[in-house]
Design a protein around this ligand. Structure first.
Ligand code: NAP
Ligand code: F7E
Length: 343
């Protein structure tokens, strides 16, 4: 019998990679997409199936995790073996602008799914997309499953609620509910306003002569960046383990935003030089400023220093990241250059 998975957040970066990964494993995949007046399925267009086909293994449903009735009905109708909750307002800076909506989707969304599982079928396995943003102002270095949380944004606080409600439902109702605590993971499919995609796209356009300047915020924030393809495999492995547990997934390598800029510029053979300090720091190309700092891109509180310790997942799940930062940059840049040349 084929296994059935249900993905909330199927139209996002991870939803797209996870769908393809599970289809390759022989799963029937159901995905939940939001109603939108403009197309929001670009990342899954390549696996879209005609709804009138008799035998389908990729099926989309309208829904929203802020709507408990829809969540319950979709789970009841699709009868999944595994649910992956990837649905979230996932932009940290935006969470300061729309904190109430972010909390509704990112905190209560997981509760709505968990509660439906308990009411419909306690055998359904559940994966919650937790985040290194929960570590926030980091209390230990590097961060692992035992590191205390200190979230620094409405997004981080909402994810901490989801983390604990997942554990509470696991302990209270004996369901197979797990938290992945994933550090930043990127890809060509990354949303355009996250810093890696913004840098790659901006520098490719500058190289192509179609953009003059790129504006950034905090250059000295450090992240542990992995590739989304490696990380969706970890999500699946977490649900195949014999017990429901919580897992840190990371590369264990750390780079600043400025280092990421330098690596992308190097790959593109753009010889940039940095001058100035703080808000006045700029990157120059042939004496022309191409990167400037804008205070609007700083957050009310930022997370400055993330580096994960995924020893538990490496040891027990035998998971390890296969794609390093150089592969990630090559993948993202080549995709972007292709987009430019195909216009
Ligand atoms: P993403 O590209 O922003 O995708 C988020 C997905 O959630 C999209 O499909 C989005 O739909 C959907 N969504 C948003 N609000 C929703 C709602 N109210 N109801 C139903 N669906 C909703 O994010 P991602 O990078 O793939 O990340 C996947 C998950 O992992 C998120 O929960 C994120 O917070 C978490 N996470 C991400 C990272 C990372 O570095 N990427 C690290 C740790 C944790 P639309 O397409 O319609 O907007
Ligand atoms: O910012 C700094 C910014 O928005 C990274 C989400 O997937 O990963 C992601 O959250 C850093 C921050 O990702 C700009 O201040 C500088 O320190 O790419 P980001 P994030 O906030 O780490 C975690 C794990 C998630 O769970 C989230 O869902 O880069 N930065 N200049 C900038 N950031 C942005 N976006 N734009 C700038 O211009």
């Amino acid at each position: 019998m084929k296994k059935t998975a249900l993905i909330f957040g199927v139209t996002g970066q991870d939803g797209s990679y996870l769908s393809k990964f599970l289809l390759n494993k022989g799963y029937v995949v159901h995905g939940v997409k939001r109603r939108s007046s403009s197309i929001n399925t670009i990342r899954i267009d390549d696996i879209y199936q005609d709804p009138f086909l008799k035998k389908k293994n990729f099926i989309l449903h309208y829904g929203d995790v802020t709507d408990g009735t829809a969540v319950f009905d979709i789970i009841k109708k699709t009868k999944p073996n595994e649910i992956y909750n990837l649905a979230a307002q996932s932009h940290v800076a935006v969470s300061f602008k729309i904190p109430e909506y972010t909390s509704n989707a990112d905190a209560l969304g997981s509760l709505r799914i968990l509660d439906s599982i308990v009411k419909l079928n306690k055998k359904i396995k559940f994966y919650q997309a937790g985040s290194s943003e929960m570590f926030g102002k980091v209390q230990t270095f590097p961060q692992n499953e035992k590191t205390p949380f200190y979230p620094r944004s409405p997004y981080g606080v909402s994810k901490v609620y989801s983390h604990w409600i997942t554990i509470n439902y696991r302990e209270s109702y004996k369901i197979f509910a797990c938290n992945g605590i994933l550090f930043n993971h990127e890809s060509p499919l990354r949303g355009e306003t996250f810093v890696t995609k913004k840098i790659v796209k901006g520098l490719c356009n500058i190289k192509n002569g179609t953009q003059k300047k790129l504006y950034l915020g905090n250059l000295y924030s450090k992240r542990d960046w992995g590739h989304a393809q490696d990380y969706v495999e970890a999500m699946w492995m977490i649900l195949q383990y014999s017990k429901p547990e919580d897992w840190v997934i990371s590369t264990g390598k750390q780079y600043s935003v400025k280092q990421f800029v330098n690596l992308v510029a190097k790959y593109l053979k753009l010889k940039i030089t940095w001058r100035g300090n703080g808000i006045n720091e700029k990157a120059f190309l042939n004496k022309r400023p191409i990167i400037e700092i804008k205070k609007e891109y700083f957050r009310p509180a930022d997370v400055e220093n993330l580096k994960g310790d995924a020893s538990k997942a490496k040891k027990i799940l035998k998971w390890k990241p296969l794609k390093d930062i150089n592969y990630l940059i090559k993948d993202m840049v080549e995709y972007e250059l292709n987009q430019i040349h195909n216009v």
